[in-house]
Each structure stands twice: as C-alpha cells, then as structure tokens.
Design a protein around this ligand. Sequence first.
Ligand SMILES: [Zn+2]
Length: 161
Amino acid sequence: MKRISKKRSALLRKVKPLRDQYKAMFPWCQVPLCAAKATELHEISRGSSRGKSLGVRAALLHLCAFDHGQMDVLPVAGQLALKLLADPDGYDRIAVNLLRGRQPEAISAEEVAAWVKILQRAEEMPDVRSTTGMASSPAQRPKAKAQAQGLGNRMPADGPR
Ligand SMILES: [Zn+2]
C-alpha cells in the first residue's frame, strides 16, 4: 500500500477543486474516438515534476484506465498533441516544457503538430477493442486503432483485453 506524506496530502487537498472541475468538464476519455468514460487523471509531466503538475490544467488529461496505461509508451510530444486536440483552451506547450524543468522550446510546436497528424490518421482506423466492458459514450464512437497511434506497444496481439 502506498503511503502519502503529510506534505503530499496537503497538496492533494489544494489541487482537488481544479482536478474535480477538470474531470467534470471532460467526463469522457480524451484519447481521440475512445468511447470510454474517463476514470483517471493523467499528468503529462510526470516523474519529479508530477507534484507541480497536479493542479495545472495544461498538464492534465482525463483518461480511461486503458489509455492511462498507454501514456507510459506515448512520448510527451504525443501527449501534448492529445491535449491540443481534446482541450485546445487548456493547451500550453511552453508551460509543460517549463514544468518538466526543460527549455521553453524543448518540445517544439512542430513536434506536437507531427503527433497531431499521427493521431488524426489514427482516427480513421477501425476499432480493435470494441468490447472492453468499459462504458461507451452515447455516440458509440469507434475506438481508434491503438497500434496506429503508436500507443499500442502493450496491446495484446490476440485482440481486445
Ligand atoms: Zn480511453
């Protein structure tokens, strides 16, 4: 069981309103065409910068558990592209670069734009995990093919899990 320090629990209390607000704004998984209800908040800048990111909208993505797992294999530039597509008002590439302790242009606009193209291509792909047991959106949007997004390194080869 994970222990949470006093300092950390104070921080978590402080950022909770913003995080709750963000979850309410984006109740569905923010991966393009994912039909699942979002259940987990992801911080684009993790590692040592995660604490600073907890209450920063530019660093947040609300995801289903499956896609949250896939963030381990998606480069930060790709995560920023997801952010730009799903929450353009909250998108702030430079803020995320700085949160990560990097130069303001460490991840460039061009890198993010390249990932936007990859993700948009993925939207045209058919579903590969139609029945996951996760709740579907009213629109029944098909899930983009995770492999095509470059997210799917952990996808089982024998179909939906
Ligand atoms: Zn999802």
